[in-house]
Design a protein around this ligand. Sequence first.
Ligand code: PLP
Length: 304
Amino acid sequence: MTVLVFVDPAHPDGRLADPLSPQLSVLDQGLTRGDGVFESALYKGGSVRKLEMHLARLAVSAETLDLTIPPADAWRAAVKTAVEEYDAAARPGEEPAESVVKLIATRGPESSAAGSPHGTAWVTVSPAPALGQRQRETGVDVLLLDRGYDSTVAERAPWLLMGAKTLSYAVNMAALRYARAQGADDVIFTSSDGRVLEGPTSTVLLATRMQDADGNEVKRLITPTLETGILPGTTQGAIFAAAQEAGWELGYGPVVPSDLRAATAVWLVSSVRLLTPVNSLDGEAIGTDAELTAELTAMVNRVS
Ligand code: PLP
């Protein structure tokens, strides 16, 4: 079951449409060029998690693409309409426990590119993929794959749109298919100069348990630095805020593959999949820590 609501200035609460019948122009540059931006948020327990963080990142991505998108209030209204409709359409007692809210904005049809102030913008709600929910429990086997850019490319080549969440995810999906063909579950991209970057749909976190001079345990949580051109993860941001409050030390890369192998535990985190332990890298087992996974999962579950 999917609910579709267009963000449409003529309909302040959004315009409901049928997701199974044709809705977009074949000339829409979101389709013909992958020219657009998107967000995926988790809808669970009656709330769209971190909606404001997703709206803020959507606005930054759009600005990076010089794309005019509807104002945040119009998105909020369309999201509200979409989840209300989604809940109303579910059979009582059969509501999916976890669902995905997608916010998508494209440059619109080619012919109206200059004249259309807002391109095309819509919201969908659908059940969250079961695979991601299972992998939270089982963990994942990961391949390190070269993304082909060095870690300073974002600053040198802004036209590559590093760090924006664009619709051009064909490469990310191809990397996942490549990993699956090799018997792995997921991917961590590395830069051509050997830095750890991110997953195709996730941020990398690693943790180390240490002892300070007085013998007290210190837990340090690290993520690759944003200067490498990765997407600023909203889940990583929320976990870091909660971990800091809980007394963890925080650090931002550079991270190299040997850091992942030496860590107490490594996770892939994202809004819909939440926190997924990494069991192995390139076929070799790495450290996992059920207690730290439980602690960070509790933090991520408290995020609203
Ligand atoms: N990095 C990439 C490339 C992603 O596509 C995603 C999410 O889909 C993330 C990181 C994680 O971002 P978030 O935690 O905001 O979902």
